[in-house]
Design a protein around this ligand. Structure first.
Ligand SMILES: Nc1ncnc2c1ncn2[C@@H]1O[C@H](COP(=O)(O)OP(=O)(O)OP(=O)(O)O)[C@@H](O)[C@H]1O
Length: 233
């Protein structure tokens, strides 16, 4: 579903992503680990069509994003570190608004069901978003993608700043979405969260994918050792 083929991207001579090849299949969660400036956000931005690769292809379900941005975006749910919602609208109203923008009109019951399925407790549905925690805003962000029937979820540092309970809830939600067939790529600094949630892990260093591994083949401690080793060399 997500396919990066020999992707390169530089900014005024600074290499952000170099010869990147990566695949994430339907139902899989890939965790992209890397230090600040490793190229994680650049990779996500190329999949979103916000940036064009200098060479190579970024594809969503065989759609080349650079050639057919709108078609690709229809399949994508993007969850940035801070989900942008209208603070003076409720979670329910935000969901309704963003669905309508996408041409989708759902009944209140259906919208509420989306919010509940994405873990937002019912007594919060009609409260204004400016009273929400970061974790609650993220749930609304995911509910928007879910209601739009996203096939691919791209998450940039989704767990940063979440307390352990919220972070754990997010992990469970992502696993549930993958079980339902979503393809998920999450960029993260959090080795332990990635180990817990993802099926596959890629380690990026200076734009280069220096290691790709299956989560089941590595313990959290071993992953940490491996990551630190790559960062030091
Ligand atoms: N718009 C831009 N203009 C110039 N340089 C950029 C731009 N976007 C990214 N870069 C550079 O590309 C490299 C990769 O940055 P990127 O933001 O993709 O890394 P990252 O892994 O997401 O880092 P972080 O964890 O800090 O978000 C860095 O050297 C960065 O300074």
């Amino acid at each position: 579903m997500i396919h990066l083929q020999d992707v390169n991207k530089s900014f005024k001579g600074i290499v952000a992503v170099k010869n990147l090849n990566l695949k994430v299949e339907k139902g899989e969660i890939l965790g992209l680990l890397g230090a600040n400036g490793a190229g994680k956000s650049t990779t996500i931005n190329m999949l979103l069509g916000f940036l064009k690769p200098d060479s190579g292809n970024a594809k969503i379900a065989d759609v080349n994003v650079a050639e057919n941005e709108n078609e690709a975006r229809k399949m994508i749910g993007y969850i940035p570190e801070n989900v942008n919602l209208y603070p003076y609208l409720s979670g329910l109203e935000n969901l309704d608004y963003f669905c309508k923008l996408a041409g989708l009109k759902y009944s209140k019951a259906v919208l509420e069901n989306y919010l509940t399925r994405c873990g937002l407790q019912e007594d919060a549905h009609q409260k204004k978003v400016d009273t929400y925690s970061k974790g609650m805003r993220q749930k609304v962000g995911i509910a928007i993608a879910y209601a739009k029937n996203a096939k691919v979820y791209l998450l940039d540092e989704p767990a940063s700043g979440l307390d352990p309970v919220a972070s754990n809830e997010l992990s469970e939600l992502l696993k549930k979405l993958a079980l339902e067939g979503a393809t998920i790529l999450m960029a993260s600094h959090d080795i332990f969260r990635v180990k817990e949630v993802c099926h596959k892990i890629g380690i990026l260093k200076n734009g280069v994918l220096v290691k790709e591994l299956l989560t089941k083949d590595v313990s959290a401690n071993k992953l940490q050792d491996l990551y630190l080793k790559f960062m030091q060399n």
